[in-house]
Design a protein around this ligand. Structure first.
Ligand SMILES: [Fe+2]
Length: 413
């Protein structure tokens, strides 16, 4: 196996700073150095930008299927519970039942990989995903404590708020929960519930938060808790999102998450663009591209308590890297505007999981089991075999099902 190599002649977006004419050396699974080269060097000819691989803070791996399920035209939900009813009575839910759980997890893996994500969370009970996660072609974190929702609508995914939160504190892992996803009195009491139980602190990763009052925002700030912002999902279900401007102004750590494609965007790149669009619509102001990039790199790494390992490019961190063929010059704007086909190489711990044909040698020398695919007309290499996966899904549902988050040509498979 190729244990040490470098990628050189690139622009490095750490993302806190931009380093021109740079390079990275990967040794085993870590970034051994920035600015040096190794004997085995992949020169990119100055055409590439290098970022930390992306982190999608919120997803549900069983829930990625299309089309979306939402309220009937012109109406919106008061809380998430009627959405759950609509989902379970929808034809798409029935159709998805023909796809095995394992294949749902693989579909979700490629949704994330094709958009540059190497680390994410399947917000779901451990007993239902523990056996599946280690075999997936990307990192889906296994070290987390959770609740479904801190309200009486809670689906009891964990062992209870206090036990789960204590587990997070004891093990130094995140406590992840939907919170205040709605407008009725019960949905809006999430912060009060956490506070009364002594469970509001910096372990908390709070998803959605659309019911937050100004006082709730102050409490979250004081506690050092983290917010997961899923604007596409919020707007589809509720026609409103959280008070994002105020939350950002208070300096709360915000990360962007896709949620599942039953309600959210098709991938994290689309979700970043949607976040910017909705911010512009709400406040008539631009959300800075650098801030958006941090919301899918450094910020979620911190929320997951993994920032010593992932989320930025620095010596000693895991070599989770995204090499991009930029379509615009500005290095932050280039990532915000990126499409799956623009990703030249995606590395998890130094081993490629997705990329261009020019990196075939790296796939081979790192002993990755990979396949060649045609994605939106572009030839790519990817860990595993998503084309046969999609073909199998099509056979199981009985027609040529298309999923926008897996834009593969499977005609020749
Ligand atoms: Fe969710």
């Amino acid at each position: 196996m190729l244990s040490e190599y470098s990628i050189s002649d690139l622009r490095c977006i750490t993302p806190v700073k931009v380093i021109k004419n740079s390079s990275v050396v990967v040794k085993e699974n870590i970034i051994a150095s920035v600015g040096k080269t190794a004997e085995h060097d992949f020169r990119t000819g100055k055409k590439y930008y290098l970022y930390p691989a992306l982190v999608n803070i919120h997803d549900h791996f069983r829930g990625n299927y299309l089309p979306r399920v939402g309220p009937s035209k012109g109406t919106f939900y008061l809380n998430w519970a009627p959405w759950d009813d609509d989902l379970k009575s929808s034809p798409v839910y029935e159709e998805r039942a023909n796809v095995s759980v394992e294949d749902c997890y693989l579909l979700s893996s490629y949704k994330n990989i094709f958009s540059g994500v190497v680390t994410t969370n399947d917000h779901f009970p451990h007993k239902l995903n523990d056996d599946i996660l280690p075999g997936l072609p990307l990192r889906v974190i296994r070290e987390y404590a959770l609740e479904h929702e801190c309200s009486s609508y809670d689906l009891k995914w964990g062992d209870g708020i206090e036990i789960e939160h204590k587990r997070a504190v004891d093990q130094d892992i995140p406590f992840i929960t939907h919170l205040e996803e709605g407008f009725d009195e019960e949905s809006q009491s999430g912060i009060d519930i956490l506070e009364k139980l002594g469970c509001l602190d910096d372990h908390d990763v709070l998803i959605h938060c659309i019911g937050f009052s100004d006082l709730d925002i102050e409490k979250v700030k004081d506690a050092g808790a983290h917010v997961a912002w899923c604007p596409a999902s919020n707007m589809l279900m509720f026609n409103v999102t959280c008070k994002i401007k105020k939350i950002l102004q208070r300096g709360i750590n915000v990360s962007i998450g896709t949620d599942s494609t039953h309600t959210g965007s098709v991938n994290i790149l689309e979700e970043m663009r949607y976040a910017r669009e909705i911010y512009r619509n709400l406040y008539n102001a631009d959300l800075d591209a650098k801030e958006l990039v941090k919301m899918v790199t450094t910020n979620p790494a911190r929320a997951f308590r993994m920032d010593s390992k992932i989320g930025s490019i620095a010596e000693g961190k895991l070599a989770d890297l995204l090499l991009l063929k930029p379509q615009v010059k500005d290095p932050y704007e280039a990532l915000v505007q990126a499409e799956p086909e623009d990703i030249a190489l995606l590395l998890q711990e130094g081993s490629p999981i997705y990329g261009d044909l020019e990196f075939r040698e790296l796939f081979e020398k790192r002993n990755v089991e990979f396949s060649e695919i045609t994605l939106k007309g572009f030839s790519k290499l990817v860990k595993g075999d998503p084309a046969h996966l999609l073909k199998r899904v099509q056979e199981n549902v009985g027609f040529a099902k298309e999923l926008d988050f897996i834009p593969l040509d499977v005609n020749n498979v």
